[in-house]
Design a protein around this ligand. Structure first.
Ligand code: NQM
Length: 385
């Protein structure tokens, strides 16, 4: 027997996945996670039995409900699955999937359009982050509807769409204890190879930072890269990946995150001087494969690191002047501009981040889930994070 579950399949920024109303999923967390694994077809490298697209960026799920506290219109829970693992991680954010939350809520009638534009306050339950999101809701013969058509272009998505603006109200220390979880803007780390590894111990400068996403930044050249490599080239370099993973496990502890072997953060980000007129160039591992672009909150976090004197990216960055900066983060498929507003009394402090995304409703319908996945918690619940 299979159970139909209402879902909208949506692109949010440069990511994609099914969106659900919380009330359409099991209330029990272990049962919910089993359902999500069945929906996406994980664990299986090809996700052949589900909706997942065989990549972390297409193994994402959005869960939405009405706000439960005054001033909050919508609440969003993001779930990161992996193609080949049985994990459902709800501990970190995803600013790309976030872009589809308001269109989803309008499509499902959870909220009503306000005028030609609709601005909604969204709480991301993963980390308690608040933001205001504005979408286009023009009047049509069928009433006000979300518009997906427009001239806004984001690198990593081939077509143009209606703009969606996200204004983040508080992002510092999303998963970590604060913006700089080691208490320093720069750490020098000695990376010891794990048993069986083929590389030698090495020392490397890192900036560990969390302005919406825990990130470890290091110079591309310090690991023998130019920073201009294509993601496929980096993904094929098993020695590089082994060194980055060893660095990740070590810096995870340093950042107070404990054992991050089963987590999808910190994201490991190679930085180098900009080559295309931007502020900084990046290659971001999320964390085991290199992103084809860069995550939204990863971009906010990289931009923030660029502003901080003494960080590994600060010396490489070309930053515009002024307390409000458009910081262009170069990535493998183009660039991502984040607008950072600095505290007028403290040029080292980012007080607001805003950016442009697009989203699109790709499909509406019901996803079929085996009845067995709805059983209550237990049995294999301990595998689910
Ligand atoms: O950093 C990828 C993405 C993301 C996350 C990842 C994201 C963010 O591109 O806010 O958007 O880092 O796993 O969707």
């Amino acid at each position: 027997m299979q159970k139909p579950v209402p879902a909208l399949f949506m692109r949010g920024g440069t990511s994609r996945g099914p969106f659900f109303l919380e009330s359409d999923l099991p209330a029990d967390t272990a049962a919910r996670d089993r359902v999500l694994l069945a929906v996406m077809g994980s664990p299986d490298r090809r996700q052949i039995d589900g909706l997942g697209g065989a990549h972390p960026l297409t193994s994402k799920v959005g869960i939405v409900r009405t706000g439960t506290t005054p001033g909050v219109d919508l609440e969003f829970l993001f779930a990161q699955l992996q193609p080949d693992r049985d994990t459902v991680d709800t501990t970190a954010n995803c600013g790309n999937m976030l872009a589809a939350v308001v269109p989803f809520a309008l499509e499902r009638g959870v909220i009503q359009a306000q005028g030609d534009q609709t601005t909604v306050r969204v709480l991301t339950r993963n980390t308690g982050m608040l933001c205001d999101i504005t979408v286009q809701t023009p009047l049509t013969p069928a009433g006000r509807q979300v518009s997906y058509e427009g001239e806004a272009r984001i690198d990593g998505v081939p077509n143009t769409s209606a703009p969606i603006t996200i204004n983040f109200l508080d992002t510092a220390g999303s998963v970590c204890s604060g913006l700089l979880p080691t208490g320093r803007v720069l750490d020098r780390v000695r990376v010891e190879p794990p048993a069986g590894a083929s590389f030698q111990p090495f020392d490397i400068d890192v900036t560990c930072i969390d302005n919406g996403m825990p990130l470890v930044l290091f110079r591309a050249r310090d690991l023998g890269c130019t920073g201009q490599e294509k993601p496929a080239e980096l993904n094929a370099d098993t020695d590089l990946k082994a060194r980055i993973e060893a660095l990740r496990l070590q810096t995870g502890e340093l950042m107070g995150l404990g054992d991050v072997s089963g987590r999808n953060y910190p994201k490991m980000t190679l930085v180098s001087a900009p080559q295309a007129g931007g502020a900084i160039n990046t290659r971001c591992f999320i964390p085991h494969v290199c992103h084809e672009a860069i995550g939204v909150l990863a971009a906010v976090t990289v931009g923030t690191a660029c502003v901080l004197e003494g960080s590994v990216s600060n010396a490489l960055a070309q930053l515009p002047d002024g307390a409000r900066k458009a910081v262009s983060i170069e990535h493998p498929s183009g660039e991502f501009t984040v607008e950072l507003e600095l505290d007028p009394h403290d040029a080292q402090k980012v007080v607001r981040a805003a950016l442009l995304r697009t989203a699109r409703l790709i499909m509406r319908g019901e996803v079929m889930v085996p009845e067995s996945a709805w059983q209550a918690a237990g049995v294999d619940g301990e595998h689910v994070r």
